[in-house]
Design a binder for this molecule. Structure first.
Ligand SMILES: Cc1cc2nc3c(=O)[nH]c(=O)nc-3n(C[C@H](O)[C@H](O)[C@H](O)COP(=O)(O)OP(=O)(O)OC[C@H]3O[C@@H](n4cnc5c(N)ncnc54)[C@H](O)[C@@H]3O)c2cc1C
Length: 292
C-alpha cells in the first residue's frame, strides 16, 4: 500500500437500496444499478458488502453450506463501478461457476445477484468501505496513473477512472485490461468513448488470452513485462501510481498446495506484481485489490 494521504469517510453503515436496472456487460457478468437515495457519500473504488442471509431464497443453501463449512457465511464485498457524480450507485457482479470435482462448494450469492433479482427489488448493503481510492493530493503526487486489471477486477478501476476524468485531475491514465475474449471485456463501449473524449489523458489497452482472431486493435496473450514496459515510460516509473485489481492466490489454493507439498500457482496479481517489480516500480507506488 502507498503512504499517500487518503481521507476516508465515516464508518460503514447499513442502508437499503432499490434495484433500478440490470445490464449485462458480458455473458456472465451484469451491472446492477441501485438507487441509494441520499446515501452516495463514497469514494470511487470503494465497495459495499451484501449479506446473503437477507435473501429468503438462499436460506436452504446457507443452512447447508454453514453446516458443511462449520461457520457462518460471511458478507460478500462488491466494488462500485459507479463514480460519485453519477445518479445511481452501481455494482458489477460476475456469476461464479461451480465445477464439480474441482470446487469444494457451489458459490452462494453471485448467481442470485446476476440473474435472480428484478427491477424494484430492495435489499440492504453495508457501505462504504475500502482504501482502494485515489490519494487526495493526486496531482501533486504523479503525472500517470496505471490501471492493471483482469476480468471483474475492472470494476473499481472503472469507477476510479470515470471519477478522475470527471474531476479534471491533471494526471494521465493508462488502462490495461486482461480478458479471455472480446465478449468478456467489461465496459468496452464506455472505455472507448472515454478514450475518444479524453485523447490526451487516457490510453486503453486490451489484452486477450483466448481470442486470436480479435484483430489488430487488441494485444494477444497475458499482460507481460514487455506490455507494461511499453505503456509505462521509463521516466514515469519512479512517480507513477499503479492500481492493480484481479484474482490472487486464494487461501484454499494455499492450503491445497501445502497438503500436496507444492507451491500454489501464481495468479494474475502475483504475476503482475512480479512484472512491476522487474520494471523497477516500488511497492509503495502500487495499490492492489484482490478478489477471492
Ligand atoms: C474487496 C472485494 C471486492 C469485490 N468486488 C467484486 C466485484 O466488483 N464483482 C464481483 O463479481 N466480485 C467481487 N468480489 C468477490 C465477491 O465478494 C464474491 O466473493 C464473489 O461474488 C463470489 O461470491 P459467491 O457467494 O457467489 O461465491 P462463494 O460462496 O464465495 O464461493 C466462491 C468460490 O469459492 C469456493 N469456496 C468457498 N468457500 C470455500 C472453502 N471454504 N473451501 C474451498 N473452496 C471454497 C467455492 O467453491 C466457489 O467456487 C470482491 C471481493 C472483494 C474481497
Amino acid at each position: 500500500m502507498t503512504a499517500h494521504p487518503v481521507t476516508l469517510r465515516k464508518r460503514p453503515e447499513l442502508f437499503e437500496v432499490r434495484l433500478q436496472e440490470v445490464r449485462f456487460e458480458s455473458p456472465d457478468t451484469a451491472t446492477l444499478y441501485l438507487d441509494a437515495g441520499e446515501r452516495k457519500d463514497y469514494r470511487a473504488g470503494q465497495y459495499v458488502s451484501i449479506s446473503p442471509h437477507q435473501f429468503l431464497e438462499l436460506r436452504p443453501w446457507i443452512a447447508w453450506l454453514e453446516e458443511q463449512k462449520g461457520r457462518k457465511e460471511p458478507v460478500r464485498p462488491y466494488s462500485l463501478s459507479s463514480a460519485p457524480h453519477e445518479d445511481l450507485i452501481a455494482i458489477t457482479v460476475k456469476e461464479e461457476e461451480y465445477i464439480p470435482g474441482r470446487m469444494k462448494y457451489p458459490p452462494l450469492l453471485s448467481n442470485l445477484l446476476v440473474r435472480g433479482l428484478h427491477p424494484g427489488a430492495r435489499f440492504t448493503v453495508l457501505g462504504y468501505s475500502g482504501p482502494y481510492v485515489l490519494p487526495d493530493d493526486l496531482d501533486e503526487r504523479c503525472n500517470l496513473v496505471v490501471h492493471v486489471v483482469a476480468g471483474s477486477g475492472a470494476v473499481p478501476n472503472f469507477g476510479i477512472l470515470k471519477d478522475a476524468l470527471h474531476r479534471g485531475h491533471r494526471a494521465r491514465h493508462v488502462y490495461v485490461a486482461s480478458n479471455k475474449t472480446r465478449q468478456d471485456i467489461l465496459y468496452h463501449g464506455e472505455l472507448t468513448a472515454l478514450e475518444r473524449r479524453y485523447p490526451d489523458r487516457l490510453r486503453v489497452v486490451h489484452a486477450l488470452t483466448r481470442d486470436p482472431d480479435a484483430g489488430e486493435s487488441f494485444r494477444h496473450g497475458r499482460i507481460s513485462d514487455a506490455l507494461l514496459h511499453e505503456v509505462i515510460p521509463e521516466s514515469e516509473r519512479e512517480t507513477c501510481l499503479v492500481y492493480a485489481c484481479g484474482p490472487a492466490i486464494l487461501p484454499w489454493d494455499r492450503r491445497a498446495a501445502l497438503e500436496a507439498g507444492t507451491s500454489p500457482t501464481p495468479r494474475f496479481m502475483e504475476t503482475v506484481l512480479g512484472h512491476l517489480h522487474t520494471l523497477g516500480i516500488h511497492d509503495k507506488r502500487i495499490r492492489r485489490e484482490t478478489y477471492g
